[in-house]
Design a protein around this ligand. Structure first.
Ligand code: SF4
Length: 336
């Protein structure tokens, strides 16, 4: 559904500049920006996908992944089409590369999104599957209603949103899982057609704005898996975000235009987990691995298994009101 966009300015010659994400596209009349869903029509910028849903489901919040945020609840998850990144390994390319004429779209209102979340017995709402930033206008209207309705809200994002839109939505946005896809600009340029620095800036700003932040780092063989690169990333997290920031190291499987890259060896995943622990990260996790031990939350003080996770089943019995049941240490888990 077409609607006038937020965050843009008029330029000479009927051009506009979109100021929603760090690409800051300059768009000629009749053209769309890099994301393919924001169009200059007659010198005005429009979103073409307001309320246009490609996917919706009730998911466990752990699937986002968010482990320290309303554990063991269900979140109503919505996605649209398009993306401002061009990741060669995209796992949702059927929607991220679709154009606005995509035939499997369902048009909904922000009110519908809340109604559906309640109907699906969800405690929160999440904008996910493709990049939510490029769906800003709809998600903004939806999160405002969600907060009024007592639902929590989250973005699962590549972190390319600019400062002004993030600040504007932040009073209504409770959590973000931000992908840090690698820790080199070269990877971002070659694999995602983007830059690293704006993503790091968003992580810091989100934290400063009081949004709950968890990070995901997808480990791709020979692309971003060198221990030096991972260590640089970990040092940055500890210095800028804090060692209590949950980090999900996820195992790569071949997809989209990276079918020739093998799955990440399990030994590498375990090594990275070990490096993260030794570097002082308190809550590292491994994703896409069949091994229960690496999804649990351990007390940093006494080692007690405070939260057990297996698949999407969660046992919180050892985390009594946000504290380790054995030694009483506070475990940072948002529940309200
Ligand atoms: S949201 Fe889309 S149009 Fe706007 S700057 Fe980003 S990629 Fe370009």
């Amino acid at each position: 559904m077409k609607k006038e966009a937020k965050f843009w300015k008029v330029l000479p010659d009927n051009k506009v500049q979109c100021n929603l994400c760090s690409h800051k596209c300059i768009i000629s009349a009749g053209r769309t920006g890099i994301c393919g869903v924001r169009k200059n029509e007659g010198g005005k910028l429009y979103t073409l996908i307001y309320g246009s849903c490609s996917s919706m489901a009730a998911d466990p919040i752990e699937k986002k992944p968010l482990y320290h945020f309303h554990p063991a609840t269900n979140v109503f998850s919505l996605g649209t089409i398009g993306c401002n990144f061009k990741c060669l390994h995209c796992q949702n390319y059927s929607i991220s590369t679709a154009d606005p004429d995509f035939s499997y779209m369902r048009e909904i209102t922000p009110e519908d999104s809340i109604k559906l979340a309640k109907e699906y017995s969800c405690q929160g709402i999440s904008y996910t599957y493709n990049e939510p930033t490029i769906w800003y206008e709809f998600t903004y209207d939806s999160v405002k209603l969600a907060k009024k309705a007592g639902l929590y809200t989250c973005y699962v994002t590549n972190g390319y949103i600019l400062e002004e839109p993030l600040k504007e939505i932040s009073p209504f946005l409770d959590a973000m899982n931000i992908d840090v896809k690698a820790f080199t600009d070269n990877f971002y340029k070659e694999v995602c057609k983007a830059k690293l620095e704006p993503v790091l800036k968003t992580c810091k700003l989100a934290k400063k704005l009081g949004i709950h932040v968890e990070l995901t780092y997808l480990v791709i063989p020979d692309h971003n898996d060198s221990l030096d690169e991972v260590k640089s990333f970990l040092s940055w997290v500890i210095e800028k975000l804090g060692n209590d920031t949950p980090i999900h190291f996820s195992r790569f499987h071949p997809d989209h235009k990276m079918m020739d890259i093998p799955r990440t060896p399990m030994e590498k995943m375990l090594k990275i987990y070990d490096v993260a622990k030794k570097s002082g990260i308190l809550y590292p996790y491994l994703g896409n691995v069949i091994h229960d031990n690496y999804e649990n939350t351990y007390c940093p003080k006494c080692g007690n298994k405070c939260v057990s996770r297996s698949g999407f089943s969660v046992d919180l019995k050892q985390c009594d009101e946000g504290k380790c049941a054995k030694c009483g240490k506070k475990i940072p888990i948002v529940t309200k």
